[in-house]
Design a protein around this ligand. Structure first.
Ligand SMILES: [Zn+2]
Length: 167
């Protein structure tokens, strides 16, 4: 069994990370569940927690104070919840697990890097930045790498489609 585990922060949950369809083990802290309470994701998150897909854990005091110390050094703007998620990731890393912190928050990513904690951005559906685009003619299938409105071969209105997804 893989020791990979996703550590979910609130931004991951807000961005539509769907816990119930992910096979990897997932953990978070109670504060994330609390922060998500008034969001549309509440139901999904609680359902996943109830079904045992997400484990709610507490970081060690040791890891907490270690992360807290680093935060006060760097001056990164992170919440208490963020500190707990980083500390939890650190605990798991030291226990021999392979945590991936799932977050879109740059301050958290920055701190995760300092501790050698791998992180992953949430890939949001419909966000254009993660794709390169090309134009395609729906009538004759001609592809264009530049943005244009009409097909130069048949005059049809071009549609946009993703060419490739960045890692
Ligand atoms: Zn065409």
């Amino acid at each position: 069994m893989t020791r990979e585990v996703y550590v979910l922060d609130t931004s991951a949950v807000i961005a539509g990370f769907v816990p119930s369809i992910i096979e990897v083990r997932q953990v978070t802290v109670q504060e994330v569940l609390n922060e998500a309470k008034d969001l549309y994701s509440k139901l999904e998150l609680e359902t996943a927690a109830d079904a045992g897909k997400i484990l709610v854990m507490e970081p060690s005091e040791e890891a907490l104070s270690e992360v807290g110390k680093k935060v006060s050094q760097t001056g990164d703007q992170v919440s208490n919840t963020d500190i707990k998620l980083l500390a939890l990731s650190l605990d798991m890393l030291r226990a021999g697990d392979e945590p991936k912190l799932i977050t879109d928050d740059y301050a958290i990513q920055n701190l995760a890097s300092m501790f050698g904690i791998p992180f992953r951005r949430v890939v949001m559906r419909g966000i254009t930045e993660v794709f390169t685009w090309q134009m395609v003619c729906p009538a004759c299938g001609k592809l264009y790498s530049v943005k244009r409105v009409e097909c130069e071969a048949c005059g049809s209105r071009l549609v946009r489609k993703p060419a490739k997804q960045f890692k």
